[in-house]
Design a protein around this ligand. Structure first.
Ligand code: DCP
Ligand code: MG
Length: 457
């Protein structure tokens, strides 16, 4: 049975998720939308079939609800539940954001403030505070990046995530979506809505449909039923002009567009728009989640409490950082193709050196061997260093990456050994198992001679 159903308000707790409690139990507690495609399933046990519902839905679109206004209400609990607007209050002011209570009066963003006040004389108008919104946005994006490095921010308050690599660690996409909703609420005290689907296009439509404070999963086999009743304006790239052209052809819904020969669409709209809309109307959207340049990496770096010139201490730090990067890659389900060394000298000059591996890795031993070679090749002698960093770039989901198959490849054994350490760490805590070289050697490492490990990661 397929599920495509909105839940609002109720969020799973971290404990529920840790216990792998079914998302369906809470879905049933939520308010299912009667949108004709919902097939609300009663009972909380997930059958094997249901477990597969969101398996083909690794794309999340997450958007904060009434973002600027919600940020303001954090420090104004007295206004929660009331019509509130953020925007300029002058004679030419416009509405920037409006709470859902204000929207019930017909108020929406970009509306002249004077009109908004006529629609709702008791509305509370607050001036914008952009520094606050940036800060909350950074906190929210950090939560996303904790789940997966594949985050594509679209604006301060929305992003696409590809959670394919996070499933083994965190569970099915719908559970991950609920976990994110809980964390955003617990840590940032605002609500968000999430669409879970197999493509960006459908995920974005789903989050909009789920608003406010909701979650909507659209399994791949429900895409057409979800999409076809929508007005053509739902198709990406359909502005006023295209909408007029489609109307002239008598096409009002996405389903109408889907059932029109592509040639007809191409004649009316041109080659590119015509084929684009034909594909979208069937839910076909090949775009992957695009991480902004320079962000698709997992890295760790350390600034020494005082500048260090002892190569032995630096090597030890590189080993520790390689470990940290590898653990994070494995936790997030990724492997990296390129290993980057970063070195900052006492005078703040910074250099990076990188090497691309034959096959992508999440093994600290391999990362360390590479970063060590890069470090030795610099021939620094006793140059004083302020910071060193290790980074893995060119990330791929570990499940999709070709594995080194030869058992006598040294890396094969290391990977299993390091996964065993991950399991021990999960049970006994960080630092319970670590390379012998990271246990205090009596070498002055610039940290006051204290044992180097364990330190908080
Ligand atoms: N924003 C803006 N100018 C606009 C629209 C929005 O400055 N014309 C700002 C205010 C919003 C924020 O961007 O709070 C996010 O925009 P959204 O479109 O996501 O709108 P909201 O988050 O306010 O509401 P929703 O719950 O519909 O996402
Ligand atoms: Mg928003």
């Amino acid at each position: 049975m397929s599920r495509s159903q909105i839940t609002r308000g109720a969020r799973l707790t971290q404990a529920d998720i840790a216990a792998d409690r079914s998302v369906d139990a809470r879905l049933d507690a939520g308010r299912p939308a009667n949108d004709g495609i919902a097939s609300a399933r009663k009972g909380s046990a997930r059958s094997d079939n249901d477990q597969r519902d969101d398996d083909d839905c690794p794309i999340l679109h997450i958007d904060m609800d009434a973002f600027f206004a919600s940020c303001e209400l954090r420090s104004r609990p007295d206004l929660v539940g009331k019509p509130v607007i953020v925007g300029g209050d002058g004679s030419r002011g416009v509405v920037t954001a409006a709470t859902y209570e204000a929207r019930r009066f017909g108020i929406h963003s970009a509306m002249p403030m004077s009109r908004a006040k006529r629609l709702c004389p008791q509305v509370v108008v607050l001036p914008p505070n952009f520094a606050l919104y940036s800060e909350v946005s950074a906190g929210v994006m950090a939560i996303f990046r904790d789940v997966t490095p594949l985050v594509e921010p679209l604006s301060l308050d929305e992003a696409f995530l590809d959670v394919s690599g996070a499933r083994r660690r965190l569970g099915p996409p719908a559970v991950i979506a609920e976990m994110i909703r809980s964390r955003v609420y617990d840590e940032q005290a605002i609500t968000c809505s999430v669409g879970v689907a197999s493509t960006k296009f459908i995920a974005k439509l789903a989050s909009t449909r789920a608003k406010p404070d909701g979650l909507l999963v659209v399994p791949a086999d429900r895409v057409v039923a979800f999409l076809h009743p929508l007005a053509v304006g739902a198709l990406w790239g359909v502005g006023d002009k295209t909408e007029e052209a489609l109307q002239r052809l008598g096409l009002a819904t996405v389903g109408d567009v889907a059932n029109t020969p592509v040639d007809t669409l191409v004649r009316a709209l041109g080659q590119s728009s015509g084929t684009h809309l034909a594909a979208l109307a069937w839910g076909r959207d090949p775009r992957s989640v695009q991480v902004p340049e320079g962000e698709k990496s997992v890295g760790a770096e350390e600034t020494f409490p005082r500048d260090i010139d002892d190569p032995e201490v630096i090597r030890r730090e590189l080993l520790r950082l390689s470990e940290r990067v590898a653990v994070r890659l494995r936790r997030q389900g990724y492997v990296g193709r390129t290993v980057v060394l970063k070195v900052r000298f006492a005078d703040f000059t910074t250099i990076t050196r990188s090497r691309t591996l034959r096959s992508a890795t999440d093994v600290s031993h391999e990362i360390y061997a590479t970063v060590r070679e890069l470090y030795e090749a610099l021939g620094l002698q006793r140059a004083r260093l302020r910071l060193v960093g290790v980074r893995a770039e060119g990330l791929l989901a570990a499940a999709d990456a070709p594995r080194q198959l030869l058992l006598d490849e040294p890396v094969a054994g290391w990977r299993e050994a390091e996964q065993a350490v991950d399991r021990a760490t999960a049970r006994f805590g960080r630092g319970s198992v670590q390379p012998a070289r990271l246990i205090d050697s009596g070498v002055d490492d610039g940290f006051g001679g204290a044992p180097v490990a364990p330190r908080p990661r």
